[in-house]
Write a protein that binds this ligand. Structure first.
Ligand SMILES: [Mn+2]
Length: 299
């Protein structure tokens, strides 16, 4: 991502996060029943078996890059990724400090009573508790043992849900303009959890969740994600392979990456004289890559 962006909008109240409901029938059922009446979706409670792999930007290897993440086994399981906005380096601020502190705070707060196992409140409390200067995108997913995955997302980290070799759900990136995502910031004038997109999806045993920073999704196509996750059922192996493919594509100047394709559709391309010679904008996006692969299993 390119530069920090701020916007003057500081909420004074703390309303409930706005969830969208891809499966209205199920959620309607959930909303109308008292908690004691809820029936598990499957015969057994579910949890996550998680593999994680990170490969820093080639120029940021020494300090480990600016992505951060955490995994928790609390309740059905919690996974999260944050991506520090690199533009802060121009102001002599280490962009990794904010994302790392944000993830450390979120990890510490997953069982906080006020968070109520809600990704919106977790993002809010973790953001409020973060004192470093900087900004970051963030995605959090929390699994209820009965098979409901709750996702909160600010910016262009992402999550895809795979079932039987097909992607059945994807988050949508949020950005102000090309390469400038929504972000949580130390400056109080950027986005907050109120700007997050929230989703609830049902998951089943055997489903696979792929979560990552934009370094994954800008460099790896959906068909490649499906292929790797389907062929390699071990979550540690599939997360490593996905990260390696992303890192390899990111350094390949001739690769027609998802990033290059999107850039061209947004009007970015090589200069006209190069176009006249039949050339076009290609290549991956050099970036930190963080990949979490989480398989839904019986507890
Ligand atoms: Mn990134």
């Amino acid at each position: 991502m390119a530069i920090p962006v701020t916007r003057m909008s500081v909420p004074q109240t703390r309303p409930s996060p706005r969830f969208s409901y891809p499966n209205a029938g199920r959620v309607d059922f959930l909303c109308r029943c008292a908690p004691s009446e809820l029936q598990p979706l499957g015969p057994e409670p579910l949890s996550l078996s998680v593999g994680i792999h990170a490969i820093p930007h080639p120029d940021k290897v020494e300090k480990g890059g600016e992505d951060a993440s955490f995994v928790s086994s609390y309740r059905g399981g919690v996974i999260a990724v944050a991506d520090g906005v690199s533009g802060w380096a121009e102001q002599d601020v280490d962009p990794s400090l904010f994302s790392k502190e944000l993830m450390a705070n979120a990890s510490r707060l997953v069982d906080d009573q006020e968070v109520r196992y809600d990704p919106g409140f977790l993002i809010d409390k973790a953001h409020t508790a973060t004192t470093s200067r900087g900004s970051a995108t963030i995605i959090v997913a929390m699994l209820e043992e009965m098979g409901v995955l709750k996702i909160g997302n600010v910016g262009d980290c992402g999550l895809k849900l795979l079932r039987e070799g097909q992607i059945i759900f994807s988050t949508t990136p949020q950005e102000h303009y090309f390469d400038c995502p929504y972000q949580l910031s130390s400056e109080g004038s950027a986005q907050t959890y109120l700007d997050a997109s929230f989703n609830i999806v049902e998951v089943k045993k055997g489903d696979v969740i792929v979560m990552g920073s934009d370094g994954l999704f800008d460099n790896v196509f959906d068909y490649e994600i499906v292929s790797i996750v389907t062929k390699h059922t071990n979550v540690s192996e599939s997360s490593r392979l996905l990260a390696e493919v992303a890192s390899s594509h990111s350094r390949d100047l001739g690769f027609e990456s998802p990033y290059a394709l999107e850039a061209r559709t947004k009007g970015f391309d090589v200069p006209l004289w190069k176009k006249a010679l039949g050339m076009k904008l290609t290549g991956g996006k050099l970036d930190d890559v963080t990949v979490i692969v989480a398989k839904v299993v019986s507890s």
